[in-house]
Design a binder for this molecule. Structure first.
Ligand code: ADP
Ligand code: ADP
Ligand code: ZN
Length: 215
């Protein structure tokens, strides 16, 4: 199974991808996570990407498609792929078609998480993750069960992304509207898009995604 999770920043792609990984043993291919790892490791790609990411603009198509190619090459043929935050432009959508063919994979579903833009700023500015295991949380919508302690691994260290501020989020939303939303018709024409209400509770969104995977 190969699926794309599509939606603006804060739509819930990462949250839902993590659940699919836990439930189905699929692999999450998040270009955002890969880029953040490259920035942290100060690789050439990371050094080039950092300023672009801090502004909320898009990193070059060639860089992100190369990251996806490497990841697909490292995966077993029967491990499912969840594309999270990729593709984000028409050129990336074309590159993905070529990469899927190269790695003998076929796209099964494109799931669009539909969200109200006004809610996204609150989702993004309240977002934080466990510094140890990466589990995602939110100040209002998903606090750890015991205050200050990660539910999953017990760590007490958390972190926030430097680009999760209101100004950068506005740029990221503009980028999404201008460059990413226009790729949906490509997949609509193939009849593989399902739209899900991303404003529902996290559990309800998961249930809707499970229904799509079972269909
Ligand atoms: P979010 O989940 O909030 O949408 P991501 O973690 O996916 O954010 O991406 C963070 C930043 O990394 C983006 O603002 C952009 O600069 C860069 N980025 C991630 N994926 C891509 C991509 N597919 N193409 C170009 N830039 C990307
Ligand atoms: P994305 O990967 O699309 O940028 P995330 O999955 O990181 O989005 O979610 C952004 C923030 O919103 C996180 O803090 C997450 O805990 C929270 N969140 C995710 N899904 C929901 C939901 N359905 N309702 C309320 N908050 C949510
Ligand atoms: Zn943790």
């Amino acid at each position: 199974m190969n699926i794309i999770l599509l939606g603006p920043p804060g739509a819930g792609k990462g949250t839902q991808a993590a659940r699919l990984v836990a439930k189905h043993g699929m692999r999450q291919l998040s270009t955002g996570d890969m880029l953040r790892a490259a920035v942290k490791a100060q690789t050439p790609v990371g050094l080039e990407a950092k300023a672009v990411m801090d502004r909320g603009e898009l990193v070059s198509d060639a860089i992100v498609s190369a990251l996806i190619d490497e990841e697909l090459a490292s995966m077993g043929a029967d491990t499912g792929a969840i594309f999270d935050g990729y593709p984000r432009t028409g050129a990336q959508a074309e590159a993905l078609d070529a990469l899927l063919a190269k790695h003998s994979r076929k796209l099964d579903h494109v799931i669009e998480l539909e969200v109200n833009e006004d809610a996204l700023v609150e989702r993004i500015t309240g977002r934080f993750t466990c510094a140890n295991c990466g589990e995602g949380y939110h100040d209002t919508f998903k606090q750890p069960k015991a205050e200050g302690v990660c539910d999953k691994c017990g760590s007490t260290e958390f972190k926030r992304r430097p680009d999760d501020n209101e100004e950068t989020v506005r740029t990221r939303m503009t980028e999404y509207r201008a460059k990413t939303a226009p790729i949906l018709p490509i997949y609509d024409a193939r009849g593989i898009v399902t739209r899900i209400d991303g404003m529902a509770d996290i559990d309800e969104v998961s249930e809707s995604i499970e229904r799509v995977l079972a269909s």
